[in-house]
Design a protein. Structure first.
Length: 270
């Protein structure tokens, strides 16, 4: 192998950045390549807070899953799951509900490969390939439908994914389609970057992502815009807030200022 060349499994694209691998880099992981680090470093140059925000968002996911398990939810569909790291959905859920069933859904080959290797011996957790841009590819996926009973309450997790979708991608229709496919008593957990915070840095970050996402639409949304994703759901306390302020544990480091870019909430279908 030539000096400086990074090995990658067959079929893995290392010529273009991957959102999942960039997120892994922000979290201090090792499942990323030079192209991912270069793109991530461009973002960190204009918004060094991104690494800390990523950690806060990951902690929000863990607290949300724990809350859902405590509410009796035993089925979780994590769409746009990203690369496996510590405190994954299945680990948190099964700590509080050993019978919890989890479906990880992504369309990134490296995410799927890593997740399948991690979960090879875990019968209660599956990995499925589908694209959130086509919600029916999730809802009609035979692998998911064998594992998840959509006639029983289920938690849909859309963590830090929708802010990559411009309005032309019909994100509100996508969430509505998922909502209509699950019964009352189900939940939606969602986090999303908001444009009120550091608008110039957010514009610069979007420029970086547009360069490899091959989509040119504007995905900036305000907190009021994000609230619309919860149409047909009832937000649980404390509502839609900065992720570090959503039911923090006593040991959590909650910043004094709400200068955190990303909001999150959990809501019950009514």
């Amino acid at each position: 192998m030539p000096e400086g060349t990074e090995w990658a499994p067959p079929g893995i694209d290392t010529a273009s950045p991957s959102i999942a691998r960039m997120y892994d880099y922000y979290l201090g992981g090792k499942d990323n390549y030079a192209v991912d680090r270069a793109a991530a470093d461009k973002l960190l140059a204009v918004a060094p807070e991104i690494a800390e925000i990523s950690r806060r968002n990951r902690a929000f996911l863990g607290r949300a899953v724990r809350f859902l398990a405590e509410q009796g939810i035993r089925q979780f569909v994590d769409i746009g799951t990203g690369l496996p790291t510590q405190n994954n959905v299945h680990q948190v859920a099964r700590t509080h509900a050993p019978d919890a069933r989890v479906a990880y859904v992504d369309n990134d080959p490296i995410v799927l490969a890593h997740a399948r290797a991690l979960l090879a011996d875990n019968a209660e957790t599956i990995v499925a390939e589908a694209d959130l841009l086509d919600p029916d590819s999730v809802l009609a996926n035979p692998v998911i439908r064998r594992h998840i009973d959509f006639d029983r309450p289920v938690a849909i997790l859309l963590i830090a994914i929708l802010h990559f979708f411009a309005d032309d991608d019909r994100p509100y229709e996508i969430v509505a389609r998922l909502r209509d496919a699950i019964p009352a008593g189900s939940y939606l957990a969602l986090s999303h970057v908001v444009s009120e915070d550091h608008p110039e840095a957010i514009d610069a970050a979007q420029d970086v992502y547009r360069s490899f996402l091959k989509r040119s639409g504007d995905a900036r949304r305000t907190r009021a815009d994000v609230l619309e994703f919860f149409d047909g759901f009832e937000l649980v306390d404390p509502g839609l807030v900065y992720v570090s302020r959503w039911r923090p544990d006593e040991t959590d480091d909650v910043p004094e200022a709400d200068d955190a870019w990303i909001v999150g909430g959990v809501a019950r279908k009514i």
